[in-house]
Write a protein that binds this ligand. Sequence first.
Ligand code: HEM
Length: 453
Amino acid sequence: MSDSDGLKKVPSGPEGRLISGHVKDFQADPLGFLKRVSGYGEVAKMRFGPFQNVYLISDPDLIKQVLVTKQKSFKKSQDFNALKPVVGEGLLTSEKEYHMRQRRLIQPAFKKTNIRSYAQSMIDITTDYVSKWRDGEERIITQDTMNITLDIISKTMFNMEFKEGYNIIGPPLDTVMHIAVKRMRKLFNLPLWIPTKKNREFNKAIEQLDAVLYTIIEKRRQDTEKHEDMLGILMDARDEEDGIGMTDIQVRDELMTMFLAGHETTANALAWTLLLLSQNPEAEQKFFDEVDQVIGSRSPAPEDFMKLTYTQNVIWESLRLYPPAFVIGREALEEVEIGDYQFKKGDMIMISQYVMHHKPEYFADPEIFRPERFENNFVKTIPAYAYFPFGGGPRVCIGNHFALMEMVLVLATMAQRFKVKLAPDHSRVTPYPSITLRPKGGIRMIVEERTPL
Ligand code: HEM
């Protein structure tokens, strides 16, 4: 059986507006809207603008088909084009053979053994950062986690120190991100060569970032010493098949991609985790007990990561409730069957980690923060792609191990000295879906000194 759209099974969905379809509903409350739409079934239909059909897929097996088994029939959704002026043809935005080649070249920088060597920087940066915290002071914790993760990515990528890194890259990166998010959300953007105020601001910030990155690359090209940071690994990488390395433009695109993909996601996850721990005293106590038992009063060490198993589960549970990447988009490159559904070339597919991670079929009491649920290989007991904070298939997050290790070590290093609690006059913290899922308006917390056992 097939309907007029050529679909074998016919998805339903909410009534949309005549011209704009569901764009306004999505923009007004992306999370609430996606949750509502998923109620229409494993595949639900929406429309963005007059002609763009969009389907939300909320079944683990169908998700696996899109991300893994039939991934060749899809490309990343068009909204990623808004990021191209920033990240060029970096891993996040490139496609097909080009993407596969870049991924092969970059993968060694993320091998577990290499990530281990970044672990000490993660600990040192956090230790140094929290050494300036004062007992009882109120801090904007979302800003702190952003500073720490930006510092970590600057240091592990090209050995750049925090002040240097943040002062020159932070402000233009903020401008670029702010405008890029707006461009991603709009149905239509004026081309960047039209000199509107926003376009001029955007282009200027990109020029500033480029100036910094090309100077660093140029310096490295002239430097004969071997460097163990990510930039060193990227610049030394040679393709197994043709023996060719990356051009300066490719290195620049990949560095910008790592900055963009590699700090805001982790910063938000850390901020959510600190909030969740402060709201769940039992879990918080278990977490402190583990940190005290494993690390005590000595300096944290990279090997502690493997022993901090409860802390790892705290992170998994936080990524479940507030997945920083809350939705993945794909566009069909050709007619393709997914389960009993047939999609047409140009159809857009949405897959939402936020929706899937809150489903009671897979997660009992889905709104409750319970790190223990991840014990005993829990993820293996639910269908693959019911839980996937880092995506899946050939485009799975390349920084997944890096991020997990970073979050565990940052959290444990902080907890060794401080406990945080929400500022008493704080209103309820709600998620704000920007490119990543941020705590709306930031989080202010009081930091209290604690003494490890
Ligand atoms: C909690 C932290 C993080 C989360 C939740 C996260 C999530 C994701 C997800 C869901 C994707 C797949 C997007 C898609 O399929 O469309 C992705 C891709 C990517 N992530 Fe992450 N990420 C995190 C941290 C990082 C870090 C620390 C780095 C780098 C140091 C990084 C670099 C990348 C890159 C380069 C891609 C593109 C990979 C490709 O397409 O080949 N991410 N990330």
